[in-house]
Design a protein around this ligand. Structure first.
Ligand code: CP
Length: 306
């Protein structure tokens, strides 16, 4: 594949190759001293971020640098975007500077698809509007496989603000490709009515978190995206937390082996309690660490590293 615009760009073989390559790259570069590999020497990766990010932007930068690529970081804030320059003209400017890959985060769903028509290099979606965040889904799948040993047949429960979540969308698609069973849980106002038909067959919807916990191998809590939300369809924070928040009592109803995930950033005390976020079942910090290896694998495979 040339681009990673959405999880649907990957079939099971592609996705498994990325996860296996990430494992090998983690082995080669891990340990107490992080080693650099020379595989992308002379190649240029541009991080084109129109929306804020901590984890994704830093981990793409770390991943590219660990593969010895040159990295250009572009943030819309402080750029000529404030003078009205379009995404296309910005992309062509970066292209003229020799980008082999453009990693893009944008508030508009579909921006990476548009970008792929304008640049010669590979485009990697680092989160577009409420559409997709495919490398987040890959690092989540990697984390599940490392902790639980497999993906096929796992019961993965994704909880919360599905409506606005590009993380949920990419996870549903990728986990379906890799044979896991997904249950989406949340208030009816935050689960799109057409999501089952839009995103595939291996998925069910529930509005009762307590009912699905005992059969869950993985519970993935989503951030409540109040910045994208209309107050009329959001229950109060207290009510939300009572019905859909993961707290210590709910965590103790999970099977012994089950893990709790969150893509970050978290609203501690709303969708997840500090007791759960900081518990041994939580994979939140591992997800961040695994993100670097997975993004290395994506860049390595898209750019044909040697
Ligand atoms: N999970 C995630 O995409 O985090 P950032 O917004 O900090 O990149």
């Amino acid at each position: 594949i040339r681009h990673l615009r959405e999880a649907g760009d990957l079939d099971a073989a592609d996705a498994t190759l990325i996860l296996d390559t990430a494992r090998e790259l983690a082995r080669l570069t891990g340990g107490r001293e992080v080693k650099k590999l020379p595989t992308l020497r002379g190649r240029t990766v541009v991080n084109l971020f129109y929306e804020d990010s901590t984890r994704t932007r830093i981990s793409f930068e770390a991943a590219a640098k660990r593969l010895s690529a040159d990295v250009i970081n572009f943030s819309a804030k402080g750029s000529s975007v404030s003078k009205g320059e379009s995404l296309k003209d910005t992309a062509l400017t970066l292209q003229a500077m020799g980008a082999d890959a453009v990693v893009v985060r944008h508030g508009a769903s579909g921006a990476p698809h548009r970008l792929a028509n304008w640049v010669d290099g590979s485009v990697v979606n680092a989160g577009d509007g409420t559409h997709e965040h495919p490398t987040q889904a890959l690092l989540d799948a990697f984390t599940m496989r490392e902790r639980l040993g497999r993906l096929a047949g796992l019961n993965v429960t994704i909880v919360g603000d599905v409506l606005h979540s590009r993380v949920a969308r990419s996870n549903v698609v990728l986990l379906n490709t890799l044979g896991a069973k997904v249950t989406l849980v949340g208030p009816p106002t935050l689960i799109p009515v057409d999501i089952a038909s839009a995103l595939g067959s291996g998925m069910t919807v529930s509005y009762d978190l307590d009912a699905v916990l005992p059969a869950s191998d993985v519970v993935m809590m989503l951030r409540v995206q109040t910045e994208r939300m209309n107050a009329s369809y959001f229950p109060s924070a207290r009510e939300y937390s009572r019905r859909y928040g993961m707290d210590g009592a709910r965590m103790r109803r999970l099977p012994e082996h089950a893990i709790v995930m969150h893509p970050g950033p978290m609203n501690r005390g709303m969708e997840i309690s500090p007791e759960v976020a900081d518990s041994p079942r939580s994979t939140i910090v591992e997800q961040v660490a695994n993100g670097v290896s997975v993004r290395m694998a994506v860049l390595y495979l898209l750019l044909g590293g040697k």
